[in-house]
Design a protein around this ligand. Structure first.
Ligand SMILES: Nc1ncnc2c1ncn2[C@@H]1O[C@H](COP(=O)(O)OP(=O)(O)O)[C@@H](O)[C@H]1O
Ligand SMILES: [Mg+2]
Length: 310
């Protein structure tokens, strides 16, 4: 589609070891969205990002960045991309200011001290601008990687596990920055295994497992379609087993027999709760309390990936 800033078609990667890390991946990223790519360790997230950024050579397939083929028009494509890598890699003795300015120069962009200053200020690194990188804390080094990635004003920003090992306050600052970047028109693709972050941040979610994209969905739609609700009844007396008269209901005995848990579709209009409560009452089961809970993206993700294993 014309409005896709990134278009990936038939992308595969087999490493020299013979391991196939990506299998025929198709993915379209829309201009201006925040897209979260979720997947367990080893799923192929970093491989996918590395191919788009030109660090890893694909075995097959085509990647267009804002219409520029990464194979045929490499420099044009790469200059549109900012990459915040998963691994911290920076030279220890360079200063913050120099390393960020140098990054910009690598993309053939003219010096822009005002831009570099803004980036460093946004990332709370301004007072460290003359410090050598080796003197920075881990969190600062991670922010420095973001500053480097933003140095040349990319249109497409990849954040590969940006908050791994970053403390909570810093994480929040980072997400603030990501949101404000999006407001300036930057498209953001992030990988994370903090699923609650994806749940907060993303417009769309992709799930990758064993090198295959198994789902791409609008976040709200995903939560609606796959979300489950649970009703838990705290019983007055523990039960040894679920009475036969309740067999028609999808119930589980939990909490060592002290709770009955009922799972139903979040989207269905008929939850079945009224009938359940009637049947529970008829069976002479008393309960002292009840709670409902909606599944999180994490529950959905775990069940999707598990489905594939079996
Ligand atoms: N250079 C490499 N050579 C061989 N196998 C690799 C190489 N890099 C990654 N892999 C393998 O490819 C798979 C996907 O890795 P990666 O893309 O880093 O996954 P993720 O980022 O989702 O954790 C893993 O099984 C990993 O061990
Ligand atoms: Mg990775």
């Amino acid at each position: 589609m014309q409005d896709d800033i990134l278009s990936i078609a038939g992308l595969s990667k087999t490493y020299a070891s013979g391991f196939q890390a990506l299998k025929n991946v198709d993915l379209q990223i829309m201009r201006g969205e925040i897209f979260a790519l979720l997947g367990p360790n080893g799923a192929g997230k970093t491989t996918l990002i590395s191919i788009v950024c030109g660090i890893v050579t694909p075995s097959a397939g085509r990647v267009l960045v804002d219409g520029h083929d990464i194979a045929a028009a490499w420099r044009a494509a790469r200059s549109l991309i900012g990459l915040v890598p998963q691994e911290l890699t920076t030279d220890a003795f360079e200063t913050v200011w120099n390393t960020v300015s140098f990054s910009r120069g690598l993309f053939g962009k003219p010096a822009a001290p005002a831009h570099i200053e803004k980036v460093l200020k946004d990332l709370s690194l301004w007072d460290k601008k003359d410090n050598q990188i080796r003197t920075l804390s881990g969190g600062m080094k991670r922010r420095l990687l973001i500053a480097k990635a933003l140095s040349h004003e990319p249109k497409l920003l990849f954040l590969d596990e940006p908050t791994a090992g970053v403390d909570v306050t810093l994480r929040e600052g980072m997400w603030q920055l990501v949101r404000s970047l999006r407001e300036t028109g930057v498209t953001i693709i992030l990988t994370t295994h903090y699923i609650d972050e994806a749940e907060d941040m993303a417009d769309r979610i992709g799930v990758i497992n064993k090198g295959e994209i198994i789902l791409v969905e609008d976040k709200a739609e995903l939560m609606r379609k796959l979300g489950k609700k649970q009703l838990t009844l705290q019983l007055a007396q523990p039960l040894g087993r679920i009475p036969g008269s309740l067999a028609a209901h999808p119930l589980e005995l939990t909490g060592g027999g002290s709770e009955l848990t009922y799972t139903y579709d979040a989207k269905s209009e008929h939850s079945g709760i009224a009938a359940l409560l009637q049947d529970v009452d008829d069976a002479g089961i008393a309960f002292k309390d009840l709670q409902t809970k909606q599944s999180s993206l994490e529950d959905i993700f775990v069940s999707l990936v598990r489905e594939r294993e079996t």
